[in-house]
Design a protein around this ligand. Sequence first.
Ligand code: FE
Ligand code: ZN
Ligand code: FE
Length: 166
Amino acid sequence: MSAESMQDLFVEQLRDVYNAENQIVKALPKMVRTASSEELRNAFEEHLEQTKGQVERLEEVFQQLGLRARGTKCAGMEGLIEEAKEMMSEDYEESVMDAALIAAAQKVEHYEIAIYGTLRTWARRLGHDDVAELLQETLNEEGEADQKLTEIAESMVNVEAAETAR
Ligand code: FE
Ligand code: ZN
Ligand code: FE
């Protein structure tokens, strides 16, 4: 495989994740409104702001590569968000809806962790070390967001277990 075609693949996937991040920015406000737990709402709000920063970080990546920031439709993210919307249209009780929202959000985070890890590695391989660092920063944020959701899910399980034991 020539270095040129690897570079093309890299740029295509950057455009894919740029579109994916923009889809998330649009989808998160409804998840904030649908969540009942204050902790979960705060986590979604925080990650919405963080995601806007990730969009800007990708714009910096395109700039460093001498490219115009442009997205191409990410069908994977479209599918994940479609599933989240289906869940939100169900008539779940509050704590069940929160569990559904966490599940949907963690699918999104894991998807992002997969692509940013790959892109970071490809950036290094292609000699774009500064770009690799930017992608690593976002990768770290996605990992922390995922971890935070796990903590919230576990604290909810504990609260429910305590209530059942009473
Ligand atoms: Fe993101
Ligand atoms: Zn995609
Ligand atoms: Fe994320």
